[in-house]
Design a binder for this molecule. Structure first.
Ligand code: NAD
Ligand code: UDX
Length: 464
């Protein structure tokens, strides 16, 4: 049996390592975390993360070759291969605050490995990190390890998207494995290739040098986010000219050089990765004395902020320049459909702005708890405090409840259940104040049909 340990039982560590256990019954996988509540949830019937298909994978292998534990040291000692999947958030204070990745969790995990390991290990950088982090990990490991122990470092960044994690992990476009270009590095790389090729075709397992692999992860996220900011920038031109952003995206996307994916205009991208990783790239560029490159990538984030504010201002302007004491139904709080994750969700910016304008916001999301919403809205920097949130936010248990008595309905997340075939918009219209407004921040509704019902419809990237 090969023993695999994964440090960090989060959105990446949990699903990615569980899939290894699911696909390779002769690999023992132990996922460890310092967070006892998270590990307890992984060991319970209600997993800490909502992902379609995740329950099936975990319940099939848990207790057989898949284990969740807080005993980090024992898992390190037992492992042949260690994935480091800890969080790498944007630094909040100190050098590079607001841009650089906080590598403190990576360093703590690496030092722990160096301290407790009693045999040689392959240590895999799974977290998204700035280019050349593997070098720092190697220095720490080598400086602290004893004589007969070797550490080989690989970079194996994760490309899963939330909401489709299991699909992405079982059938990925590619898996990247970077190694030092030495015989030992290649040998370690091959061991990981041998695991992935148990279910992924060989040609999709790409090998390269460590630094290319690290940078490719940041680059892929930056390019994806850049497409969204590009289409969102075009959506502003569409609104001003009468062009329709869906038609423009279709026209451009049918060019095989451009391709159709990631061209859906929206209220702005969210999620724990895009903004963080672009800012990370911006910081890296600045450190490398490449200010023009830094400014180029920074503009992707600037455009995203602009898009969120542009949509919010459109709501206030349309509602006769005041939303004070008006009830606004906000459908969707997660940063995208099929996840309960709210990190960097556009809904947070929207809600906090509406609260500052003294609106009463009735929120409904199928997977986000009231506690999570309130936590997000009272985070430092968001701009709203606990008393304001208590007063102005009502968390509802259905879309109908949120919309009853509302002046406006705002689609923030593209959950399928908000689509026309699932919600009775006639019933919603009847329950709302008139004139009843709909703001579609996700382009999931049929504007003409809603107008027939009586709604005033405002859609991203389409003029009235
Ligand atoms: P997360 O916050 O959900 O999980 C990280 C976990 O690591 C936490 O549970 C935390 O308690 C644990 N942890 C931190 N330090 C630890 C230590 N020293 N020992 C044991 N456990 C420790 O984060 P995530 O979303 O899973 O992201 C992890 C990494 O993967 C990040 O670098 C992120 O950029 C990258 N990534 C995330 C996604 C995504 O969709 N979320 C996709 C690709 C890559
Ligand atoms: C992203 C990358 O896709 C993934 O490869 C990486 O590993 C982690 O970061 P994730 O953030 O989970 O994944 O979701 P993604 O599907 O990329 O969506 C990110 C944000 O962009 C969401 O808010 C989504 O709604 C938005 N989006 C996406 C758009 O606004 N328009 C699009 O066309 C696509």
């Amino acid at each position: 049996m090969v023993n695999v340990c994964c440090i960090g039982a989060g959105y990446v560590g949990g699903p990615s390592s569980a899939v290894i256990a699911y696909k390779c019954h002769d690999v023992n996988v132990t996922i460890v975390d310092l967070n006892q509540a998270r590990i307890d949830a992984w060991n319970s019937d209600e997993l800490p993360i909502y992902e379609p298909g995740l329950d099936e994978v975990v319940f099939a292998r848990r207790g057989k070759n898949l284990f969740f534990s807080t005993n980090v040291d024992q898992a390190i000692i037992d492992a042949d291969i260690i994935f480091v999947s800890v969080n790498t958030p944007t630094k909040k204070t100190g050098m590079g605050a607001g841009m650089a990745a906080d590598l403190a969790y990576i360093e703590t995990a690496t030092r722990r490995i160096a301290q407790v390991a009693t045999s040689s290990k392959i240590v895999i950088e799974k977290s998204t990190v700035p280019c050349r982090t593997a070098q720092s990990m190697r220095t720490i490991l080598e400086a602290n390890s004893s004589k007969n122990i070797r550490f080989d470092i690989l970079s194996n960044p994760e490309f899963l998207a939330e909401g489709t994690a299991i699909k992405d992990l079982t059938n990925p476009d590619r898996v990247l494995i970077g190694c030092l270009q030495t015989p030992e590095g290649f040998a370690a790389q091959q061991k990981l290739v041998d695991i992935y090729t148990r279910w992924i075709p060989q040609e999709r397992v790409i090998t390269m040098n460590l630094w290319s692999s690290e940078l490719s992860k940041l680059a892929a996220n930056a390019l994806l986010a850049q497409r969204i900011s590009s289409i969102n920038a075009l959506s502003a031109i569409c609104e001003a000219t009468g062009a329709d952003v869906d038609e423009v995206a279709y026209a451009c996307g049918t060019d095989s050089r451009i391709g159709p994916k990631f061209l859906k205009a929206s209220v702005g991208f969210g999620g724990s990765c895009f903004q963080k990783d672009i800012l990370n790239l911006v910081y890296l560029s600045e450190q490398l004395f490449l200010p023009e490159v830094a400014a180029y990538w920074k503009s992707v984030v600037t455009m995203n902020e602009y898009q969120k504010m542009r949509f919010t201002h459109r709501i206030v302007r349309t509602l006769f320049n005041t939303v004070t004491h008006k009830r606004i139904a906000l459908l969707g709080f997660a940063f995208k459909k099929d996840t309960g994750d709210t990190r960097e969700s556009a809904a947070i910016t929207l809600c906090s702005y509406l609260i500052q304008e003294r609106a009463n916001v009735a929120v409904y999301d199928p997977k986000v708890s009231a506690k999570q919403m309130k936590m997000d809205l009272t985070e430092p920097g968001v701009g709203t405090n606990e008393a304001e949130v208590e007063k102005h936010i009502q968390v509802c248990s259905s879309a109908y409840e949120a919309c009853a008595g509302a002046d406006a309905l705002v689609i923030c997340t593209e959950w399928d259940e908000f689509k026309m075939e699932h919600l009775d918009y006639k019933k919603i219209y009847e329950s709302m104040h008139k004139p009843a407004f709909i703001f579609d921040g996700r382009l999931i509704l049929d504007g003409p049909k809603l107008r027939e019902i009586g709604f005033r419809v405002e859609t991203i990237g389409k003029s009235v």
